[in-house]
Design a protein around this ligand. Structure first.
Ligand code: B3K
Ligand code: ZN
Length: 884
């Protein structure tokens, strides 16, 4: 761990590398207590610096023991180089040379899970962003691309499988029970895409024929006991490969594509060339052990990593400030894939819900940064919702503005022009512009300005002239380092509805005829007026359809307007949006009433919307479930000026109970009707939709505290034929007052599934998220459970993450014990795994949202973390910025 204060790196300081690496030959000798890494690099001075004297060569390296250095086969003595804790410097004598280095590392002691480490009995790697420098000295930056040949040597008994990127070109035996394999990757790549795996793994085989008729071998490697859980990942992979051919014209390039599942992994998965390494939670899926949500996540992550082969690997990032070039684009690609495979509207609702509750909060907090940041201390802290999710929204807006065909022309040009290069967000935009003769100069502010814009719209109908005026005003709050913002280009998709809810023809002033009944306006000014003509009656606008821009829309809808839209908008997304915003309005009103100590009374209009939706058989059941699900506590916190956690929790819970009581009969009949035809488990969209609504209803019915609901729930828990239904019943029981049934269910569940770490993660998180009093003590108790360990990121997320992010009532306990507990864990994690420690900080960084006593308590914990010993750059950056 570095001890000096981390420095800030600025985009404006970017310089091309002084040296390039054409060929990288690596040999790994793996042992139980260390590994030797021999590298042989064919290097040359970068032409850009031609002329003057050769600059010193500064290689990145961290936590390495240097054993030897040779230049052009001449061993160097220690006075020929300088080593410090982050670099190795030496002076080349020629423009082209071969550099050979041997380092010694200890993968078995690598708890940060970055570089080469051990997960259970296997060796694996995680190099993005700057983990390769923990393996050997190297130019560990994405604009240095090299052809890699890798030999892995290990004991055969424990490590029969030896993998790296590309194609296997040779293998053999050594004496003493050791063996080796050599892999060659023909595509030049940056070091962050390097991967190595050695272990005792079971292999699932399949194949895919590409659009040009090439056979690609597909392999998934897992620990032998998980062999039955790979079918869904394999199917998802094949669907992704086909989809990328059809939608983007992108064909896979190597003859083999491998996925390896590991249990200890800092994030979801990693797109290493030809050898993706996955968190097992994003590969394994079987109906008995994984929920529908897990099935969908596997499909999405498999697709995401596969799509990176083009958006990330073939065309990569010049520097880490350009991270969203690959991440935003790839999230957009995987979201469209999932929309095509499942319900498009429901996928969009899920993504928008997530963005608003989480990315909007990030954009309003101390770590707010643009989609292309200007500076960072630790790049690992910038794998954020802004880079990923907001970045995807930015690409989606480009897609909206250009249309599907224009966008495709643009991406074709981008891939063709930049294949094999490391490029910038500007290069991406330039390709879209050039292919479409478009000008995105102003649009590019989405890349440079942070913060969530507010779009305030007002409508005025004039019957005499049959015109409808839409006045749009945009503004954007100040964010760290950015006070003044210039107007964005905001694509505003809309329709105007008549009194029956039908879309009216749209004709803008100056147009000779209507342009259809739905349009996208580009709002480009701080204040801009749009006038629609020939509007035969006063319309109700349906605005920002499909969430056409990541903004906060403000329109003076009355509650009756929202009810009307929730019942009649022909656009499914906006129907949900209207119901959602009605619920937000009702909840916010009640929160104020509760704070004033007055009795709560539910606006019957919310109830009637829910009743109508429940009875509407023409609606996708998954949509009904989305509408019934009230806005989350986290979203209500985000919307509040000063969030009163207790009031938010109390009122939301009260509204849920009111709805359940008033609609019990309707809910029961829909619940029973959905039960018919349940039959065998199927993972298709229709079956998932049915389960989703049925389990949402079960949750409501359990709030009525009827004995019938309890017995149905217990029966579902016991008899469920799949994990989705079993888990939904467990959640309802855990959050109920029925102590005996709750404990029996938890006990039974743990006994039955204790050999399945991913199922146990669910068991931890359900309890950690339960808002009932005493939550902190329960979590503290669970920390001592034999299945829990701070060394496994999935466990940390399941228990500590779920508590701090989803259990607002207990985390924000007035005495600050929730904060203290999380801070204690962060201090401990800082020593073990700085990336995970830094992630766990997020809820504490949101202290400005809460009342003063809580602010003081949260800040005190941040200060205590800041004062603790051996702070990693990861934790230091987040804590210091959030206290600034
Ligand atoms: N590119 C990786 C993320 C790496 C994170 C490193 N801290 C996974 C992905 O986005 O596909
Ligand atoms: Zn990615």
């Amino acid at each position: 761990m570095r001890t000096e204060q981390p420095t800030t790196i600025h985009l404006t300081d970017y310089r091309q590398p002084d040296y390039l690496i054409d060929e990288t030959h690596l040999t790994f000798e793996l042992f139980e207590d260390h590994a030797l890494v021999h590298s042989r690099l064919a290097m040359r001075a970068n032409a850009a610096g031609e002329g003057g004297a050769l600059p010193p060569l500064v290689l990145h390296g961290q936590d390495l023991v240097l054993q030897s250095v040779a230049l052009d086969e001449q061993a160097l003595t220690a006075d020929a180089w300088q080593v410090d804790d982050s670099s190795l410097t030496l002076q080349p004598q020629a423009r082209e040379f071969e550099l050979a280095i041997t380092t010694r590392i200890e993968p078995q002691n690598n708890t940060a899970l970055e570089g080469l480490y051990k997960s259970g009995g296997m060796f694996c790697t995680q190099c993005e962003a700057e983990g390769f420098r923990k393996i050997t000295y190297y130019l560990d930056r994405p604009d240095v691309m090299s052809r890699f040949t890798t030999t892995v040597m290990a004991e055969r008994g424990s490590y029969p499988v030896l993998l790296s990127n590309g194609n296997l070109i040779a293998s053999g035996e050594h004496e003493g029970g050791r063996h080796w394999a050599t892999w060659e990757d023909p595509f030049p790549k940056p070091a962050y895409l390097f991967a190595l795996v050695a272990g005792d793994l079971y292999r699932i085989d399949d194949s895919f024929t590409t659009m040009s008729g090439r056979e690609v071998e597909l392999r998934i490697y897992v620990e032998p006991e998980n062999r039955e859980q790979c079918g869904h990942a394999m199917d998802s992979l094949k669907r992704s490969m086909r989809w990328d051919e059809e939608v983007y014209g992108r064909e896979y390039d190597l003859d083999i594509f491998m996925i390896v599942a590991v249990n200890d992994f800092n994030m979801g998965a990693m797109e290493n060339k030809g050898l993706n390494i996955f968190n097992s939670s994003c590969v394994l899926a079987h109906p008995d052990t994984a929920t529908d949500m897990a099935f969908q996540r596997v499909e999405a992550v498999v697709a995401h990593e596969y799509f990176h082969n083009w958006s990330g690997n073939r065309v990569t990032c010049r520097d880490w400030f350009q991270l969203s070039l690959k991440e935003g684009f790839t999230v957009f690609r995987d979201a469209e894939f999932s929309a095509d495979m499942n319900s498009r509207t429901v996928k969009r609702i899920e993504d928008v819900t997530f963005l608003r509750a989480n990315q909007f909060a990030e954009d309003a907090g101390p770590m707010a940064h643009p989609v292309r940041p200007d500076s960072y201390m630790e790049i690992s802290n910038f794998y954020t919702l802004t880079i990923y999710e907001k970045g995807a929204e930015v690409v989606r807006m480009l897609h909206t503005l250009l249309g599907a065909e224009g966008f495709r022309k643009g991406t074709d040009l981008y891939f063709e022009r930049h294949d094999g290069q490391a490029v910038t967000c500007d290069d991406f935009i330039a390709a879209l512009e050039d292919a479409n003769e478009a000008d995105f100069t102003q649009f590019k502010r989405w890349y440079s300005q942070a913060g969530t814009p507010v779009l305030q719209v007002d409508g005025r109908y004039d019957a005499a002239s049959s015109t409808f005026q839409l006045l749009c005003r945009q503004s954007c709050p100040a964010t760290p380092g950015q006070t003044e913002k210039l107007p964005f280009v905001i694509p505003l998709r809309l329709a105007l509805l008549d009194g029956e809810g039908r879309e009216m023809p749209l004709q803008l002033a100056g147009e000779t005829q209507a342009r259809g009944t739905e349009t996208v306006l580009a709002v480009t000014e701080a204040e801009q007026l749009f006038v629609f003509e020939n509007v035969r009656e006063e319309p109700l606008p349906s605005l920002l359809r499909g969430f056409s821009a990541p903004v906060k829309l403000v329109y003076p809808y009355s509650r009756d307007d929202r009810v009307f839209l929730a019942m009649h908008d022909p656009d499914g997304f906006n129907r949900w949006e209207a119901a959602q915003s009605l619920a937000v309005d009702v909840l916010q009103g009640l929160i104020g009433i509760h704070q004033a100590g007055r009795p709560l009374l539910l606006d019957q209009r919310l109830l009637e919307v829910h009743r109508a939706v429940l009875k509407d058989d023409s609606l996708d059941p998954a949509m009904v479930a989305e509408i019934l699900r009230l806005p989350s506590e986290a979203y209500l916190v985000e919307l509040a000026e000063e969030a009163d956690v207790e009031a938010i929790h109390h009122v939301r819970d009260w509204v849920r109970r009111e709805l359940a009581t008033a609609l019990a009969e309707t809910m029961w009949s829909r619940f029973r009707q959905l039960g018919d035809g349940a039959g065998a488990y199927r993972a298709d969209a229709e079956s998932m939709a049915r389960r989703s609504l049925r389990n949402t209803l079960l949750g409501y019915l359990m709030l009525t505290e009827s004995s019938e609901a309890l017995s149905v729930c217990v029966q579902q828990f016991v008899e469920a034929g799949n994990m989705t239904d079993r888990q939904a019943a467990l959640v309802a029981l855990v959050n109920s007052p029925h102590e005996q049934q709750k404990h029996a269910a938890l006990e039974e569940f743990a006994q039955r599934w204790n050999a399945y770490p991913l199922v146990m993660d669910q068991w931890f998180s359900i309890q950690a998220a339960s808002p009932l009093p005493g939550g902190l003590e329960r979590v503290q108790g669970l920390m001592k459970h034999p299945a829990f360990t701070l060394r496994n990121p999935n466990k940390v997320r399941a228990l500590i993450g779920a508590f701090a992010n989803q259990n607002l009532a207990n985390f924000h306990r007035a005495d600050g014990a929730g904060y203290r507990f999380v801070a204690d864990q962060i201090i401990e994690l800082n020593r073990l795994n700085p990336q995970i420690a830094s992630r766990m900080l997020t809820p504490l960084t949101r202290w400005r949202k809460f009342d003063e006593p809580r602010q003081l308590l949260m800040k005190a914990e941040l200060a205590r973390i800041l004062a603790s010993d051996d702070l990693s750059p990861d934790v230091y950056e987040v804590v210091s910025k959030s206290l600034a």
